[in-house]
Design a protein around this ligand. Structure first.
Ligand SMILES: Nc1ncnc2c1ncn2[C@@H]1O[C@H](COP(=O)(O)OP(=O)(O)OP(=O)(O)O)[C@@H](O)[C@H]1O
Length: 595
């Protein structure tokens, strides 16, 4: 039996990269939510860099104060300039420190918002999304990809911000000192810009691939870890390790390719910039010879030229980090951009108090619209009735539940609750009308009491205990050292599958909804215990419209209507006695179990 919509398909590990501008705009949107912090950071960066920019100029003035004639050094002036240099550099360092602090805080806030948006959007996605994407890949977006964006925002963006100011400032200073010497950069700067652009374009898809392959690796790990018992039971360790190995190799290859081209960018741009230093030295010496520049100015120019090309270098160096962050941000935004469950119809109203009359009227549905699973499916459940759905594996029983809960909507036909089409009822209120107990028991890390009270956190301890007693799980819980306060963590061994199922039944007992769906809800409980909780189950079903899917036909004999489903169609319906008498598909299933 599946959980509703529990079929999983691996995600396509390759998604087409979007353009950088789109991702940048989205990131910018997040940053702008903290525009005051951003503005303060920009002001700090500007002040810190402008102060640092004064250093080379003061150094040049100090050199000129030394003069060219040995023994005629104007020490007071040298110390005067050196003193100012020290003061400016100190202040610049202090402002730089404050700037970094602010950027770290800013990136923390942005990441928190992004992660929050991502998670809450995840909750709004239709079941279909989870049916077709690997859990590990989704988790990797929430953790790994967002972390990558975080690192990049706090360090790379910071560097780019300060670099830009330094580049512009140094350029202005060099222009003031010697426009002639500046000509050197007319050759080297375009060269390094073109080269950096070429490399980033080359590297970006490689980083997208790296993120996707790492996501797939996460998916595989999640699959292997959650199914470890089965893997061991089938001695599949080697096969799963081989698959992991192959995927790990693919991820590492993708990482290597991205890092290889990423690291190539820095040194090559560095070389181009060093070339400019060589040219400045030659041209500067010539200008000095002709008395067009003082030694101090030349020295300042060289220092500014280092300041000017340094950030270009840095930007080239962090370009690969940025590419990796863009690829990660893109995967995050792609998830955020996934279409949520369609909004409720404009005329949809809350379900309100319902009697519990459910009708499926000639419903056809396929997960893939071209391959129908339910064909012309009709059923009518009067209020308070017990409807059992039986049929062979893959017949479409769980699919009926998926439609009742509106995890999916039918392609044709109508589903009605109390005569109202369910599309005219808000999804949330419709789902609240049902209590759903699945074979797939889902317990979260919290105490036993919290797990039982999951759908009603306001329930008192007495109510929780009464529910547990009704589900015949109270004795077991009381024997635990911490009783109802026993934490349920990942330690699956501490509690059996049957006990887990009883806990989910206790959880259902606490709810007062008018309709109940039991999808193989007692399949893990032994027949004796099942018989013992029958009374409680009957009490739970009392007065409620119930849909029960059970392979064990003994549990549904008292149903008002039994629907026999085969290949997505109702092939027989009636109560137990009439269906047995008929000697058709139901009788066949029944005798197959009891003979
Ligand atoms: N999320 C899904 N995506 C695509 N196909 C699906 C999905 N869920 C179920 N199916 C297909 O729909 C058909 C009906 O599945 P369903 O789970 O409703 O059967 P079932 O009668 O509940 O079977 P079982 O008794 O084994 O649980 C199957 O062929 C199944 O492969």
């Amino acid at each position: 039996m599946q959980t509703p919509g529990g079929h999983r398909r691996p995600s396509g590990s390759q998604e087409r990269p979007r353009d950088t501008r789109y991702t940048l705009r989205r990131l910018w949107g997040y940053l702008c939510r903290h525009r005051w912090m951003l503005l303060a950071a920009a002001a700090l960066a500007l002040a810190s860099n402008l102060l640092a920019l004064l250093g080379p100029m003061l150094s040049g003035l100090a050199i000129d104060a030394i003069g060219t004639v040995p023994g005629q050094v104007d020490f007071p002036r040298v110390f005067f300039y050196a003193g100012w240099m020290l003061a400016f550099y100190l202040l610049s360092a202090l402002l730089g420190y404050l700037f970094s602090l602010l950027m770290i805080r800013l990136s923390q806030r942005v990441v928190r918002q992004m992660r929050g948006d991502l998670f809450s959007h995840l909750m709004d996605l239709p079941v279909r999304y989870f049916d077709s994407h690997q859990t590990g890949d989704i988790v990797s977006r929430i953790s790994y990809d967002i972390d990558t964006v975080n690192t990049s925002l706090s360090s790379d963006l910071l560097q780019i911000g300060t670099s830009a100011i330094t580049v512009v400032g140094s350029f202005g200073m060099m222009l003031a000192i010697s426009p002639a010497l500046l000509a050197v950069f007319a050759v080297t700067v375009p060269l390094s810009i073109l080269w950096t652009r070429y490399m980033t374009r080359k590297v970006r898809p490689l980083f997208s691939r790296r993120s996707a392959e790492l996501g797939a690796l996460g998916g595989l790990s999640e699959e292997a870890v959650s199914g470890l018992r089965t893997v061991k039971a089938y001695s599949g360790e080697e096969a799963v390790t081989a698959r992991f190995d192959a995927q790990d190799k693919r991820a590492l290859d993708a990482q290597y390719a991205a890092d290889y081209y990423g690291t190539m960018t820095g040194p090559s741009v560095n070389f181009i910039n060093n070339l400019s230093l060589t040219l400045v030295s030659v041209l500067g010496a010539t200008l000095f010879l002709f008395g067009k520049i003082t030694l101090g100015n030349l020295s300042s120019f060289v220092l500014y030229s280092r300041k000017f090309s340094g950030p270009i270098n840095e930007i080239a160096n962090i370009a690969s980090d940025l590419q990796s962050a863009f690829a990660a941000a893109e995967r995050v935004f792609r998830l955020i951009d996934e279409l949520p469950e369609p909004a409720d119809a404009p005329d949809a109203l809350p379900a309100g108090a319902v009697r519990g009359e459910v009708e499926l009227d000639r419903v056809s549905f396929g997960y893939d619209p071209t391959a129908p699973v339910l064909k012309d499916f009709s059923l009518r459940a009067p209020p308070g009735s017990l409807v059992a759905i039986v049929g062979p594996t893959g017949a479409g029983k769980t699919t009926v539940i998926n439609l009742l809960m509106r995890f999916y909507d039918p392609q044709s036909g109508e589903i009605r609750l109390d005569g109202r089409e369910t599309r005219r009822i808000t999804r949330d209120s419709l789902r609240r009308c049902y209590t759903l107990v699945l074979q797939d028991t889902w317990l979260f890390s919290g105490t036993i009491a919290e797990n039982i009270a999951y759908a009603r956190p306001d329930a008192t301890r007495e109510e929780v205990v009464a529910a547990a007693k009704a589900a015949h799980i109270h004795r077991f819980i009381s024997q635990l050292p911490q009783g109802y306060d026993t934490p349920l963590t990942g330690d699956e061994a501490a509690i059996s599958r049957g006990q887990k199922q009883m806990l989910t039944i206790a959880r259902a007992m606490l709810l007062q909804s008018n309709m109940l769906i039991l999808d193989e809800a007692t399949s893990n409980v032994d027949t004796r215990t099942e018989r013992r909780i029958q009374g409680a189950m009957r009490q739970l079903m009392e007065g409620r419209t119930c849909f029960v899917i059970a392979h064990r036909l003994s549990t549904i004999q008292n149903a008002d209507v039994i629907l026999v489903v085969k290949d997505g169609r109702v092939v027989e319906q009636g109560d137990h006695a009439s269906l047995l008498q008929r000697g058709g598909a139901y009788a066949e299933l029944y005798w197959a179990q009891f003979q």
